[in-house]
Every structure is written in structure tokens, then in C-alpha cells.
Design a binder for this molecule. Structure first.
Ligand code: NGQ
Ligand code: ZN
Length: 460
């Protein structure tokens, strides 16, 4: 399209940064950036129109290849199953996948994420070596496959090449199963350098030290020193009690405290999970401005525990959501379980709210947009000039939205029923989902199923 051309959409109701507004005209340029967002506009005959429009959600934590593991780890083993036994199965699964498989699986995943309302994803990418444990001739071979899949599906992506050097605190050597993930600071810098030319309105590049188990502080510092200061930095931290115990044994500190001792956390940081925090860590994390990257369905699936959301929010903490292992591809399900976990924990209702925003669905959706945008390091998360034209149009004809005032739409979206209310999805000014179908769904699904068939033969 001619980059000078402006396109527009007129929404009867749209969720803008200051709340729901009526008769909103959104205009964007050929690069897919919003140029004007005007409430109280007059509908022009012939103009494209929508009923209910809202910003697309950011999925701030993804390991795309794990999408193909869904449903394969839900059978009890001999001993008690845990995060650590799941991880062994995941390692075994990761052994066989090729760059082609990674691209096919990611395209399927991203098309599903789009259909459910995610318009951006942060890929925490760690399968970076070949099956023998050697770097690919192109250091960013597998990362480039993720970017290609994102382009094919039409989702915005923040690539986070992973620093992964050790099996545990105290520089323990990697196991055989972890050789495909092995990277030192130099490898990560090479991968980032190879990805730099792919940066653009739809693609950003940051970095992800895998965890304090897998990356040493000095290594993290070395990589950060090589990266422009605004780029996102994501790290898994304090997901399991076992990790907390290992951290205390090795460092005398709990993992989040240990991280904060070594680095000044700011809004460029996303602490993924951060499940097990003491009161001091909770307050300090909230005060730092870093984003807590919460992945409620995976955290539930893996038996992690519950994030201390209430004190974290009371202290002004920022959060976003991610689908991590992709047992769910729905932001509604993540947000719903984020709140339900807290209700079960506290035996209370309506936990994620504030005096300024009493509606839980709104508090969660808008909070996750703000935190997700920071974690993505891209101009997303709001319908406002300068942001990407990334939006969802809900199915106003669905019974769940019948006679629902705009102010109550997010309550219905997040808490009412299981039908997908996302009807159309636009990313960067392009429709990628129409009438609940992804525009390339058939071809992407075909290729995914072919991949699954191949992986099954390899496993057998
Ligand atoms: C991962 N997943 O990198 O895929 C991790 C498991 C680990 C989650 N933490 C591996 N959910 O943490 O060592
Ligand atoms: Zn993860």
C-alpha cells in the first residue's frame, strides 16, 4: 500500500486510553501507525465501521514450540509429577524439532493467538542450536523462523534470544538434554546482531537471560552492556519453591532479591512468573516499575503457586499476561484465572480492582495492556496516535453482548461464558482475522498437522 495513504475505521464504541468513547474514528498510515483517534465523530457514508473496538492484547511470554506439546504431558507418572518432571518431557520433545517445525508450529500458534485477541507476542526463544548441539551456520536460524511465522500470521513480535549457560545456581554444567539451548554472551550478541536488520514496526529485539539458574550475573551484565538501553529484558524468576530454595542455598538470597541486588530493575525489565515473593520483594518489585509477567494457565498447569497479586497491586505494581507453554491461547482465560486464583486464595471476590477502576475485567484488560506494551518494547497497547493500529472488533451480535453497555463489555468478555467474542482482528492496519477466521488459517493448519505427523514418527 502507498505509505502516504490514510485508512480509517469508525467504531460506535471504542476503548480509548481514558475509557470507552462513542463514535470514534481511527485513522492510520500506510505503515500501520495510528495518526488520529477522534471521539464524537460523524459517520461518513461508505466508511468502514465496527460496533465495539478495543486494543489487541500483548502476549508477553511465549515459547512457541511448546504449543505442539499441549495435551501430551497430562498423564501421571510413577512418582509425584512436578514442574521438574514436566521439564524433562519438554526437553525430550525439544530434541527432535527442526527449524522448519519451529516455523510451522509458531505460525499455527500465532494464528490462534490472533483469533483470541492477542495482537503482539514476546518470544522467549531458547532452542537456538541444532540437534547435535552446534550453532547453526546462520546463528539466528531458529529465531528467524519465529519472525517468519509471525509475519505469516500477521502478529507483532518481540524476539528475546535467550542466554542459557548453566543447569543451576553456582555455574552447574548443562545436561545433555540442554545442549540445544546452550548460549554464552557472545552467542546471544551474535544472534541479536543477526536479528537487527529484521527490526521494524512489527518486530523488536530484546534479550532474555533464561533464569538465574541458567545465566550468571556477570554474563547478564555483559549482554546488557552491548544492548541499547531501552530494549526489553525478560527473565524467568522464582517460579517454583525449589528454585527459591536453590537460590538461598547458593547465594543466601531469594531469587528476586538476588536479581535486584545485582541489577537496577526498571520498566524495561519483565520478571516472568515471580510467583514466590516475600513481602519485601513484592513491595520492591512493585516500586521498581518492572513488569511482572504472569502466565496463570501455565503456572496452574505446572503447579507453580499463586502470585501475590493483591499486595503487589496495592503497591502500584505493573503486570502483563503471557501464555508461556500455550495450554491456552486466550487472553480471556489468562485474565480470568489470574482473578480466580486470587478469589480462591483469599476467599474473596473482585480482587483485581482499585478505587479508580472497580470493574475487574477493565482493571485486568487495561493493566495487562499497559504492562504488556512495556514488556514488548513496541508502540502498542492503546488506541492513540503514534501507536500501532492493532485492534479487536467484538461480536456485537453475540447474546453475551446483547443489551450490554460499553462500560460493561469487558466484564462480559472476561467473565461470561466460553464462546470467543473476538470477531475481527486488525494488526498494523491490516485485517488478519475476519469473522473469526484467520486469513491464512487453512494453509497454516495444514502445515502444522504435517509437522505433528512428522514429530510423531520421530517420537515413535
Ligand atoms: C521454559 N518454562 O524455559 O520453558 C521453562 C521451563 C526451566 C517455564 N518456566 C524450563 N514455565 O525453567 O528451567
Ligand atoms: Zn517461560
Amino acid at each position: 500500500m502507498n505509505p502516504g495513504l490514510t485508512q480509517s475505521l469508525f467504531a460506535r464504541h471504542a476503548l480509548l486510553p481514558d475509557g470507552w468513547r462513542d463514535d470514534v474514528r481511527m485513522q492510520w498510515d500506510g505503515a500501520g501507525n495510528l495518526t488520529a483517534v477522534t471521539a464524537g465523530a460523524t459517520f461518513l457514508p461508505g466508511e468502514a465501521q465496527a460496533g465495539l473496538a478495543l486494543p489487541g492484547m500483548v502476549n508477553l511470554h511465549s515459547h512457541a514450540f511448546q504449543r505442539a506439546l499441549g495435551g501430551l504431558t497430562e498423564k501421571a507418572g510413577e512418582g509425584p509429577d512436578s514442574f521438574w518432571t514436566w521439564r524433562d518431557l519438554m526437553y525430550r520433545f525439544a530434541r527432535n524439532i527442526t527449524p522448519e517445525h519451529i516455523e510451522a508450529i509458531a505460525a499455527q500458534l500465532f494464528s490462534e493467538c490472533l483469533r483470541h485477541g492477542y495482537t503482539s507476542v514476546c518470544e522467549f526463544h531458547y532452542v537456538q542450536r541444532d540437534q547435535q548441539g552446534a550453532m547453526y551456520a546462520r546463528p539466528a536460524e531458529t529465531a528467524e523462523r519465529i519472525v517468519a511465522a509471525a509475519a505469516l500470521a500477521g502478529i507483532g513480535v518481540t524476539m528475546l534470544p535467550v542466554l542459557y549457560s548453566y543447569a543451576g545456581f553456582g555455574d552447574q554444567p548443562l545436561s545433555i538434554e540442554q545442549q540445544r539451548f546452550k548460549t554464552g554472551p557472545r552467542d546471544v550478541m551474535d544472534i541479536i546482531a543477526a536479528l537487527e536488520p529484521l527490526r521494524g514496526p512489527q518486530v523488536e529485539v530484546g534479550v532474555a537471560p533464561h533464569s538465574l539458574r541458567a545465566a550468571a550475573g556477570a554474563q547478564i551484565a555483559e549482554v546488557l552492556a552491548s544492548l541499547p538501553p531501552a530494549r526489553p529484558v525478560h527473565i524467568h524468576v522464582a517460579e517454583q519453591q525449589g528454585e527459591v530454595a536453590q537460590s538461598i542455598a547458593a547465594t543466601g538470597m531469594r531469587p528476586v532479591r538476588y536479581l535486584m541486588e545485582q541489577f537496577e530493575l526498571t520498566q524495561r525489565w519483565c520478571l516472568v512468573h515471580a510467583t514466590h515473593l516475600d513481602a519485601g520483594e513484592t513491595a520492591a518489585l512493585a516500586a521498581s516499575g518492572a513488569v511482572a509477567g504472569l502466565c496463570p494457565t501455565t503456572e496452574a498447569n505446572l503447579g507453580d503457586g499463586l502470585f501475590p497479586l493483591a499486595p503487589f497491586l496495592a503497591a502500584g505494581g505493573r503486570f502483563g499476561i503471557g501464555s508461556d507453554s500455550h495450554v491456552s491461547q486466550s487472553p480471556v482465560e489468562e485474565l480470568r484465572w489470574l482473578e480466580y486464583g486470587q478469589r480462591l486464595l483469599h476467599q474473596q471476590r473482585n480482587v483485581a480492582a482499585s478505587p479508580g477502576e472497580r470493574r475487574v475485567g477493565d482493571f485486568l484488560w487495561r493493566g495487562a495492556l499497559a504492562g504488556g506494551a512495556l514488556a514488548a518494547g513496541r508502540a502498542v497497547g492503546a488506541l492513540a496516535p503514534g501507536k500501532r493500529a492493532d485492534l479487536l472488533v467484538l461480536d456485537s451480535d453475540h447474546p453475551n453482548l446483547f443489551d450490554v453497555a460499553p462500560a460493561d463489555v469487558l466484564s462480559a468478555l472476561v467473565f461470561c461464558g466460553n464462546d470467543n467474542l473476538v470477531r475481527d482482528v486488525m494488526v498494523g492496519g491490516q485485517w488478519v482475522v475476519r469473522d473469526q477466521s484467520h486469513v491464512a488459517q487453512a494453509a497454516i493448519a495444514q502445515r502444522y498437522m504435517h509437522t505433528i505427523a512428522q514429530l510423531r514418527t520421530l517420537r515413535a
